[in-house]
Ligand binder design. Structure first.
Ligand code: 6PG
Length: 240
């Protein structure tokens, strides 16, 4: 059952990993159907990392009106699309199985001229979504409390007049392209997927932190657009 954590965030603990992946899949499908009904399309920003793989796998078997679904990304590493670390490559492993028109798939070109391409991606979002933002932004959470590629102590945390930026992650000696907090929080819905025992320390830290904290993920969610945390029992173990 969906519960309210605070004015900015709801959460749900569907059960074990399998039950949580199934809930997340049905929630995605329901979000898509509702957006298509309301706005004629479902524009979703896909999360990277490993957590969403099982969700993408389940979605790739679903009968949906894929002709009305538009794929973007929440963030991308500065690597080519065929690189093992590419979030695009990971997601397309699954979404290549469904009939989404290629013209409705928008890869973040982060491997070259990342700052220019971040601006281009922002223009694409504005043009394609006609000054609305995403129907759903999918997010994960790292053990340091990062989300998308908004890492602790990085310049990207302070940018609020952009939708998409290039963010230098000193710690990783790497650049990333990422949606900004303002893009995520102005979108219709954002969902953080936290699955597995590796999340059981950071989840309570972030949910109990102030909106501005050492953990970037604590800034996700507003009273107007509440974030939804989807947690399995392992990730939620230390939540009281
Ligand atoms: C990325 C993601 C990142 C990810 C978290 C959680 O590009 O890696 O955008 O924010 O969601 O690091 O990763 P896992 O799902 O692998 O735990």
């Amino acid at each position: 059952m969906l519960k309210s954590w605070d004015a900015r965030r709801d959460y749900i603990i569907p059960g074990n990993v399998k039950e949580t992946i199934e809930f997340a899949t049905q929630h995605w499908i329901h979000s898509a159907e509702r957006a298509i009904q309301k706005r004629g399309r479902f524009a979703v920003a896909l999360s990277g990392g490993s957590t969403p793989k099982a969700i993408y796998e389940r979605l790739s078997t679903q009968k949906l009106d894929w002709s009305k679904i538009w794929l973007f990304w929440s963030d991308e590493r500065a690597v080519p699309p065929d690189h093992p670390d590419s979030n695009y490559r990971m997601a397309m492993e699954f979404f290549k199985r469904v009939p989404i028109p290629p013209s409705q798939i928008f890869r973040m070109i982060a491997e070259s001229e990342i700052e220019k391409n971040a601006l281009n991606y922002e223009e694409t979002i504005r043009h394609v979504l006609k000054n609305q933002l995403f129907d759903l932004v999918m997010l994960g959470i790292g053990e340091d409390g990062h989300t998308a590629s908004l890492f602790p102590n990085t310049p990207g945390l302070e940018v609020n007049n952009r939708l998409v930026i290039a963010n230098k992650i000193e710690e990783k000696k790497a650049w990333r392209m990422t949606l900004t907090f303002s893009c995520i929080n102005q979108s219709f819905h954002s969902t953080l997927y936290c699955i597995g025992p590796s999340k059981q320390i950071i989840v309570p830290k972030v949910l109990n932190a102030a909106i501005i904290s050492d953990f970037p993920a604590s800034r996700i969610g507003t009273a107007e657009n509440k974030a939804l945390w989807i947690l399995d029992t392992d990730a939620a173990k230390n939540l009281n």
